[in-house]
Design a protein around this ligand. Sequence first.
Ligand SMILES: [Fe+2]
Length: 321
Amino acid sequence: MATQTPPEAPGTPPGLTTNAAPFIEGARARGDLFITQPWEQYSQANHETWAGLFQRMQTRWGRYANHRFLEGIEALALSPDRVPRLEDVNQFLAPLTGFSAKPVAGYVPAYLFFDCLERREFPTTITIRDGRTPDYLPEPDIFHDIAGHVPMHTDPAFADTLVKFGRVSKMAVERLVERGDTPDLRERLASNMRAMARFFWFTIEFGLMRDHTPNSDGGLRVYGSGLLSSHGEIEHAIESPDVQRYPFQLEWVVNQAFEIHHYQPLLYIVEDFDHLFREVNRLEEWVMDGRLDNVAPCEPGISDEEIRLSLEAAREAGRVA
Ligand SMILES: [Fe+2]
């Protein structure tokens, strides 16, 4: 016998569930990338999903997260029960580092993303995953962005590193386009963007850090947001014998392919945030020396559309004649 979905009670919010949010579909149809967060549209199920995700990360964070992240969670006063309002988060965040979470309707093209970082704006997804599949995350959601990324943005050294990374990544594009439309422009551009994506992946998303806090065991802690927002992988990253963990080495990182649909088999360790900042400085030198113009091929693929959008954005920014 067929079952019927009961009619929704009047006033029931439509929900902001990943891939099932009319508000987001409308914004995309209009071509709106930067949006507001219609907080009243979160359904009760959305809030329960947030609460469930937040609750089950507590012991994992206490055990595996680096101490700056834990302090960031405290500083932001994130609600354990309700999806946060971004404006509330920003009220706590902005005085600390000048960063803010900026709501977006979907994927932000690379150059625009770098530009946001340089402005201390973090493009933030407002939808939340379907609570029936809490572990499978084909794309970012608000739990990943707000509970995984944003607590790190409360740390001044980390925030400065993100800003610098954004600036260096933009420079990588601008340096090439300013040289003119040479026949190999697109290949070199794709190479630089691949290198930047790899750097971001192996640091900001999946980075490990040596624990140098007083009385520590000198072990490893997580600072990468992909790990900090994953109940299963945060433990796997630290505990599993199947993971290769190596000291950060720029030569490897910019040439190392990665895949996004399974736990990461290879992770890199930095000593502290000063170390990470120094590596971004080295990245800048490598950009200017052309050392990223021909990095190893393979993942991540950089589409023609991504290259076109980067060229267009750089042009709009007034960097290309
Ligand atoms: Fe992320």
